[in-house]
Write a protein that binds this ligand. Structure first.
Ligand code: PEP
Ligand code: MG
Length: 586
């Protein structure tokens, strides 16, 4: 095997290193043959199908009860979604009608119906919906296993240090497997928002998804190394590679303990400047991670994932409960709930087709266009505010008029609740994401009408340098250290402070060590990032000298290119003993 063929590159879904023998998990059935059913046997065939569906439903209910002990409600919801597939008339009734009409065996018709759905879902361009194909595959497999009685049940049988390799791993596969035996996952399919990734992170098992060919390239029993930080998978590595990864594994475990010691310490520079270090979350399932990594609060809750998981906005009561649960768990620390930022790359099916979605009906624009939907969410956030630690944030604000319209709807929602005598937080802080250059350039005006800013550098960079944040072919243009970006960020921070409001950064730039130093030097009050990045950045802040960074950073702003800025700043990046990125350079 050539050197290249021994390494697969996928999407890092859950960090850490796993070393073990491959177990290639294939859902195999005996071929599904077409069999004619005599007319007088057709009702018996339908009843056989109904029994299989009922048994699959019962299994899913049992599974929900079992995993509810270990997992957050969001994972439980995945199984409810599978049950919903089995309750869908387009699946069950259509199968029954076709068995009757075509006088053909149940497994053949059901297989055909499900293959149609799977093909439809997997052809949707939006990755989030493509990944929901796994739900259909799960149900497809579960019912066919009941009908044919010949499913492979290999995972339960696996033992030892197993690296599980699968085309896609359904949530029920992951929940059912023996966690003492499986040390990592690799899948052909999936992306960072796939359920496999969510579950793997929840289990703290290293995982790489989206490799495309893992099930073809890997055979049972092959030695495998998963590097869940870089997305690399080593096949049949030589003894030297295994030794180096084992060393890194034990260094990471020591590091894990040291980072744990940072857990309760503040993110404070050597000369006493305290920064709020908060977490970004997409789903409430990440809450434990947030607490385990010592976050000071939640700086960004991307609520659009609530919509994307269920394919519609949950009713006001459900939303209130979800927000309240998060607020209670985090109390007394702050939770910033961002209103829906649907659109662009987070696109539900029923959204209008647009030629240029990143510049189209996205975030606050969509919400202002659908005030009734928006007010449901605003009411739910206000109601959760009774916990006393909730703030609300509007995404994609482009200027003052838009902000005022959003605030007017907020006032309407507030008055409706007050008139109905519903308890709310009457003084809920309101902030905005500053992520569009027009907002950054008018930050002085905006700052007078909000309580805080959170700079969304993921979008601010893409709109400033006109480079799609998801397009790898222009990734080199998408640079957080571009002087235009840094000068905009600096002006937003100054505008906030001139108007006595706090300002944070919740884009990925906040977790980049060199960029975080620059943000620190520019005077940012808060940094918010994925929970997993918090200990490293906390360690960096605790090694930094704010006054020194402040002087140096202002000088850096006068330089003309990102290369010059990075070269100039690098020697001033504090050395920390806990440099995870250095450690992962194997
Ligand atoms: C951002 O744009 O920086 C941000 C944090 O929001 P999102 O990544 O959800 O667009
Ligand atoms: Mg954004």
């Amino acid at each position: 095997m050539s050197e290249e063929r021994r390494v697969l590159k996928g999407i890092p879904a859950s960090p850490g290193i796993a070393i073990g023998r491959a177990f290639v998990y294939n859902r195999r059935f005996a071929a599904i043959n077409q069999r004619p059913i005599p007319a007088d046997r057709v009702e018996a065939e339908i009843s056989r199908f109904r029994t299989a569906v009922d048994e699959a439903m019962n299994d899913l209910t049992r599974l929900q009860r079992r995993i509810a002990v270990d997992f957050d409600q969001d994972i439980v919801k995945i199984f409810r979604a599978h049950q919903a597939v089995l309750e869908d008339p387009e699946v069950v009734d259509v199968t029954i009608v076709r068995i009757r009409r075509e006088l053909t065996n149940a497994e053949y018709i059901f297989d055909d119906v499900m293959r149609g759905w799977i093909a439809n879902y997997s052809s949707i361009e939006n990755p989030f919906f493509r990944e929901r194909t796994a739900d259909f595959e799960d149900v497809h497999y579960r019912v066919l296993a009941k009908l044919t009685g010949n499913a492979q049940t290999g995972i339960e049988a696996a033992d030892g240090e197993i690296v599980l390799v699968a085309h896609s791993l359904s949530p029920s596969d992951t929940a059912e497997l023996d966690r003492d035996a499986v040390c990592g996952f690799i899948t052909d399919a999936g992306g960072q928002t796939s359920h496999t990734a969510i579950v793997a992170r929840g289990l703290a098992v290293p995982a790489v998804v989206g490799t495309n060919i893992a099930t073809q390239a890997i055979s049972d029993g092959m030695m495998i190394i998963i590097d869940g930080n870089s997305g690399m998978v080593h096949l049949d590595p030589d003894a030297d590679t295994i030794r180096r990864y084992r060393e890194t594994q034990s260094r990471l475990s020591v590091l894990g303990h040291e980072l744990q010691e940072l857990h309760d310490l503040p993110a404070e520079t050597r000369d006493g400047r305290r920064i709020e270090l908060s977490a970004n979350i997409e789903l409430p399932a990440e809450l434990e991670d947030v607490l385990n990594h010592g976050a000071d609060g939640i700086g960004l809750y991307r609520t659009e994932f609530l919509y994307l998981v269920g394919n519609e906005l949950p009713p006001e009561e459900d939303q209130t409960r979800t927000y309240q649960r998060i607020a209670r768990r985090m109390a007394p620390n702050q939770v910033i709930i961002r209103t829906l930022d649907l659109g662009a790359d987070k696109m539900p099916k029923q959204m209008p087709d647009e030629a240029n979605p990143a510049l189209g009906q996205r975030g606050i624009r969509l919400c202002l266009d659908r005030p009734e939907m928006f007010k449901v969410q605003l009411r739910a956030i206000l109601r959760a505010g009774v916990e006393g630690n909730v703030s609300l944030m509007f995404p994609m604000i482009s200027g003052l008029q838009e902000l005022r319209r959003a605030k007017a709807l907020f006032e309407e929602a507030r008055n409706e609740l007050l008139e109905a005598g519903v308890p709310i937080d009457r003084k809920m802080p309101i902030g905005i994401m500053v992520e569009i250059p027009s907002a950054a350039l008018t930050a002085h005006d905006l700052a007078k009408e909000v309580d805080f800013f959170s700079i969304g550098t993921n979008d601010l960079i893409q709109y400033t340098v006109a480079a799609d944040r998801g397009n790898p072919s222009i990734a080199s243009l998408y640079n957080p250290c571009h002087p235009a970006v840094l000068r905009l960020v600096a002006s937003v921070i100054d505008a906030a402070h001139d108007n006595d409001i706090w300002v944070g950064v919740c884009g990925a730039m906040a977790a980049h060590p060199l960029a975080a130093c620059i943000l620190l030097g520019l005077g940012v009050d808060e940094l918010s990032m994925s929970p997993i990045d918090i200990p490293e950045i906390k360690s960096l802040i605790r090694s930094a000298d704010y006054q020194e960074l402040k002087t140096i950073t202002r000088e850096a702003l006068d330089l003309s290119t990102s290369e010059e800025i990075m070269r100039f700043m690098k020697p001033h990046q504090p050395k920390t003993e806990l440099d995870v990125s250095d450690m992962m350079r194997i």
